[in-house]
Structures are given as structure tokens and as C-alpha cells.
Design a binder for this molecule. Structure first.
Ligand code: AMP
Length: 205
């Protein structure tokens, strides 16, 4: 299966993608995670991407498309890609999507979640408003150190929401026109969202 999770930053794409990956035995491809790996390695791509990421704007299409094409398996859940019409067109050239699932949330809840979010340095697990770690600043599953992403602050999230509305929201009509777009309410409890996504997937199997 070839799935795309669409949604504003902090809509819960990463959390859902991780759970669905296990359930459906698909590869989880997060362009944000791939970029953060490059930043950590301090590679050429990482150095270039870091500036855009810290400003809350999108990395140029050419860079991200090249990186994705190198990392695209046969079956996948894409999280954070495509984010522009140009990226969607590039994906259409190499793959035929089964479903695009939009996790819908208000801007207000997005800002609140951002300020609360922490991630595990070791395994990438996500904590925040809904899931709090048992021990402060420590991952429940691998004991890794929890940290805040550089771009998880109020100023940057507001910029990222503006970028989403201008550059990514047009994908909604792009995929509606193709008849592969569905929406779920992203403000429900995490388990409900997962259940709703699975039932949408079931309906196209
Ligand atoms: P994410 O972890 O998906 O929220 O992505 C973090 C940051 O990485 C974004 O704010 C962008 O700067 C960059 N990024 C991730 N995916 C893409 C993409 N598909 N196109 C452009 N920039 C991206």
C-alpha cells in the first residue's frame, strides 16, 4: 500500500504513522526525520536544510524530491511529503497512491501542542499534550533523553502554519480531484484517530 498522511505541522502525522507502520507492516518515511538525520550528520544537505527548517519554511522542492526518490520503498506511509503541488507531481511520476489521509486540526490546538512537544533522541518517540513520559525528560520505551526540536516554538509554528495554508493546503483539492482524499478529525484521542484511519484504509482495500 502507498499512503500519504496530510495535515498541518503537529496534527499528529508522526504519531499515527508510527502506529500504522506496525499495524500494516509498511515503511514509515518522514522527510522531516530524514532531514534531521542529515542535520545531525552535518552533511551538505543537512547544512543547507537547517537554515530553512529553523525559519519554519520549506526546504526547496529540488532538494527534497531528490532525497525522497533515494529513500522510497515499494510500500510506504509518507509523513510530511508532499508539501507542495510540485512535490505531489514528482511523486505521481514514480508511484501510484492508494489513499491520502488528512488529519484535520484547528490552529489553536496546533500551537498548544507545539509548546508541549518533546522527542526521544534515541528512538524518535514523541511525547506532549496527550502522552507524557513517566519520568521527566526520559523516554518510556528506551530510556533515551527527551529533547525539544529547534523549530518547536510559538513564533516558528505560526510561520509554519502560514506556510501550510499557502503551500500545502492546495494539495487537498489536488487529491480530491483524483478521488483519493479522505479526512479524519485530528482532535480526537489518539486511539480513535488511529481507528478512523484504519477504517478509511479498509474501505479502499
Ligand atoms: P516535519 O518534521 O515534517 O514537521 O518537518 C520539519 C521541517 O523540515 C519543515 O518545517 C520543513 O522545513 C522541512 N521539511 C520536511 N518535509 C518537507 C517537505 N516535504 N518539503 C519541504 N520541506 C520539508
Amino acid at each position: 500500500m502507498k499512503l500519504v498522511l496530510l495535515g498541518k505541522p503537529m496534527s499528529g502525522k508522526g504519531t499515527q504513522a508510527r502506529m500504522l507502520t506496525k499495524e500494516l507492516n509498511l515503511s514509515h518515511i518522514s522527510t522531516g526525520d530524514l532531514l534531521r538525520e542529515e542535520v545531525k550528520k552535518n552533511s551538505g544537505l543537512g547544512k543547507e536544510a537547517k537554515e530553512y527548517m529553523n525559519k519554519g519554511v520549506l526546504v526547496p522542492d529540488e532538494l527534497i524530491i531528490r532525497m525522497l526518490e533515494k529513500n522510497l520503498p515499494e510500500d510506504y506511509i509518507l509523513d510530511g511529503f508532499p508539501r507542495t503541488i510540485k512535490q505531489a507531481e514528482a511523486l505521481d511520476k514514480v508511484s501510484k497512491l492508494d489513499l491520502v489521509i488528512d488529519i484535520d486540526c484547528s490552529d489553536k490546538i496546533i500551537v498548544k501542542r507545539t509548546v508541549m512537544r518533546q522527542m526521544c533522541r534515541k528512538c524518535g518517540a514523541i511525547y506532549g499534550l496527550d502522552i507524557k513520559p513517566v519520568t521527566e525528560d526520559q523516554c518510556d520505551s528506551c530510556d533515551g533523553e527527551l529533547y525539544k526540536r529547534d523549530d518547536d516554538n510559538e513564533e516558528t509554528i505560526k510561520k509554519r502554519l502560514e506556510v501550510y495554508n499557502n503551500q500545502t493546503a492546495p494539495l487537498i483539492n489536488y487529491y480530491k480531484d483524483k478521488g483519493i482524499y479522505v479526512e479524519v478529525n485530528g482532535e480526537e484521542p489518539i486511539a480513535n484517530i488511529k481507528k478512523n484511519i484504519l477504517s478509511k484504509i479498509e474501505s479502499v482495500k
